[in-house]
Design a binder for this molecule. Structure first.
Ligand code: ATP
Length: 321
């Protein structure tokens, strides 16, 4: 039996560059793992079946669950091995909000790949696991890498960054509100396609250099310039998600004001939302921000979490019998 922690991620920077021939968007993202984790248990079964247990009402327990699909992918790719060793029962104790822009499903898939590689003794390298993960979802390779990274392509090309400064995020999400990632990208294309760079046209290289500013965020992360990290937080998807969800736009405004009064570093929406986060330097400050937001938003539907930056995506916590 193996128990793992699967951390959520936040996007410190998300820029949509243009259209890819495969129908996805070309992206530049700076991603960071945070210590808000689902608990995944992998229990060997004698028969080569996959069983999934998760009691969260918004999370499927069938073959559509990303962790189930991760196990299925390994069984399909390595039938000789997996027929011999048997199957797996996957239990997911969900702590990461669902449909939140925090890559909860991708983190579960990454934990299943990582843990089953150990349980079934497949001997796959991190890169091989990331290649398999990219077949399941664009965020899975990052969830396997963890820490801080720059992600390009459709988000599956990961280059790890030096360890980020020890910041802390206050995450805020309305429990009953979820945003579909495909909807966010489709709506962005409908509204902003005219601003896309033509990726086929090499003449656009200068234009590209003038437009993409992820380098400043990467430098700020590497040099631990926390003020610059705060001032370079960026997410193109805010342009479509915030107008569609005024409650989230208002939440962001409140958190921005609270952040300014409590010495926070900056506030931004993560991924396709609707989670909004404020960064700060200490857990004490995070707690102050959390209480200030709670006192200004009188809505029990709002869930708040304190999540320090984490240097790992997946962590084995117990591999006992
Ligand atoms: P991302 O940030 O990668 O776009 P997200 O955080 O917005 O993802 P998820 O929490 O991963 O969204 O969930 C998106 C949908 O995926 C949910 O509506 C759910 O039905 C489905 N899903 C499948 N497997 C899982 C899983 N293991 N955990 C959570 N959701 C899952």
């Amino acid at each position: 039996m193996i128990r793992l922690l699967a951390n959520a991620k936040i996007n410190l920077y998300l820029e949509i560059i243009g259209n890819r021939p495969d129908g996805f968007h070309e992206l530049v993202m700076v991603m960071q793992s945070v210590a808000l984790a689902d608990r995944i248990t992998l229990k060997p079964l004698n028969v080569p079946a996959i069983r999934l247990i998760c009691d969260h009402p918004q999370v499927p327990s069938d073959y559509t669950n990303l962790a189930y699909r991760a196990a299925g992918l390994l069984q399909k790719r390595f039938p000789n091995r997996t027929n011999r060793v048997g199957g797996v029962e996957i239990t997911i104790d969900k702590k990461i909000p669902v449909g939140a822009g925090l890559a909860g499903g991708s983190a579960n898939a990454a934990a299943a790949l990582f843990g089953l590689n150990v349980l079934w003794q497949l001997g796959l390298t991190r890169i091989e696991l990331q290649e398999l993960g990219a077949e399941l979802g664009s965020d899975v390779p990052f969830c396997l890498a963890g820490g801080a990274a720059i992600a390009t392509g459709r988000g599956e090309n990961i280059d790890s960054l030096p360890k980020a400064p020890p910041l802390c995020a206050v995450l805020a999400k309305y429990t009953s509100l979820s945003v579909s990632t495909p909807w966010a990208y489709k709506t962005y294309r409908q509204q902003f396609e005219r601003t896309y760079l033509s990726l086929k046209n090499t003449a656009s290289l200068e234009e590209r250099q003038a437009r993409i500013h992820s380098g400043e965020m990467v430098r700020a992360m590497a040099t631990h310039s926390t003020a610059t990290i705060g001032s370079h937080l960026h997410n193109d998807l805010e342009k479509v998600v915030l107008p569609a969800h005024p409650k989230v736009a208002q939440l962001k405004e409140i958190m921005t004001t609270v952040s300014a009064h409590t010495g926070g570093i900056g506030t931004m929406m993560s991924g396709s939302g609707p989670t909004v986060f404020t960064l700060c330097e200490t857990v004490e400050q995070a707690s102050q921000i959390l209480h200030a937001v709670r006192s200004q938003v009188n809505d029990r539907d709002l869930q708040l979490h304190i999540a320090p930056f984490a240097s790992q995506g997946i962590q084995i916590v117990d591999s006992g019998g």
